[in-house]
Design a protein around this ligand. Sequence first.
Ligand code: UDP
Length: 505
Amino acid sequence: MIESVSIPPGLSLDHYASYAHLALAVQDLRAEAATVAPALEGRKVWMINSTAQGGGVAEMLPRMISLLRELGLEVEWLTFTPHDERFFPLTKKIHNLIHGAGDPTLSEEERALYDEVSERLADELAPRLSSDDVMVVHDPQPAGMGALLERRHPGLVTIWRCHIGLDEETPETRAAWDFLQPYICTYDHSVFSAPEYIPPFLTSKSTVIAPAIDPLTDKNRPLSVHQLAGVLRNAGLVFDDAPVLYPDYAHRAKRLDADGAFHPLSRDTDIGLLYRPIVTQVSRWDRLKGWDALLEGFALMKRHREAIRGLDEVQRRRLDLVRLVLAGPDPASIQDDPEGREVLAELIDRYRNLPAEIREDVALLSLPMASRRENALMVNALQNCSTIVAQNSLREGFGLTATEAMWKRAPVLGSTACGLRQQIRDGLDGRLNPSPTDARCVADLLIEMLGDPQRRDLYARRGQRRVHEEFLVFAQLRRWLRLLSRAHGGTVEPVRRISSLPPEA
Ligand code: UDP
């Protein structure tokens, strides 16, 4: 069943433009739209994905669609429910294979199932589309349906947007692409998040459009000093009993104690977020996020800091005071994620095995997920309090946590994982750890970054600028507008790979 999703208008472009530092980006976007929107008049742009709830795509689409509408485009959002409940487990399997995981055998029955569901959905959707329209299909679930619609509506412009990928070819990725090839080959154009994710058979008609952040969401909006302190206090991220304006959040952050359980902060377990140098990583409890080596690297640095030569008094004191914050979702919110629970359990064990004086300097935090708004504000506040934001991922599709941190002018220590190296140019916008499983490498980079405030400040400024130019929603929409304008003429030329990074000086 196909469903139309309605979207409240959200913040207007005028509102964004009322922030001095965003005004120019909005102006550029409007100028781009002025040349494109008239050409798309009378043509609908259909955005089609599998769900309106949950997942990054569903989160990103409403903002993108409401801004495109404000710019004069007629955009509709459709989601669907397959008639056969085996369909989503199959597309989940394909999704995992594109990430290099799972059993790479895809049977004839599985193809028959995919074809049958796609056929039914295409039958239902076909009468709503016109041959003049543009159809943007997101990810593998509706890819088959889109391919069939193209045949029924000659002239319909078709774009496949793939939000996932792996930067190497494995038997698993090959199996997924072999399965999808007959469908996605028929699209006029496809869009990927990084050049490395484009399968060879699509290189001649693909564009790279990187993910982007909205600078005014609760996760990314500027917080005044009082707002920041208020969020930390209401969220239980600092312990204090001074009177404050707003009541505490119903669900508050908790810190892991030596007993292996999460407890609210107390005077004795307060982290010192407002005063101490802080290294933070916020992520899901996923093995690929590189938690272990980050923790071990930090512990290594702490343990051997006396032996480090050439530090002045302040540098030495910074290494004494610095604390590591490892923050992720409240374990209660990941009941249905056995792997996440296992990763967290192992991390807790590792923490408990640290010497007591190092445990004091490591705060493993559970962030409640009950309110998305409050969770977003907690992440915002933590990133804002950080001397360094780490994202020590072994693999990373993109790594929005790095984008979010750079936007807030927090110096980032990423890794060379694909998504992170799209964003951070090593030594320019931050540092990249080439061996995220190697604790020693983490320790060396932390020592280097903590010891050099000038360079950190430079990374912070360049990082923010880089996000401004490349990874804000405005830049992303300009790329979409360019692609749509090329597409509507019927001849879709391969567009410049916008986000491939020529290393600058
Ligand atoms: N995040 C969050 N609360 C948490 C952990 C993560 O809001 O407790 C957010 C984080 O700020 C980021 C997103 O989840 O916006 C994770 O996206 P990213 O691209 O970094 O990694 P993914 O989880 O998609 O692998």
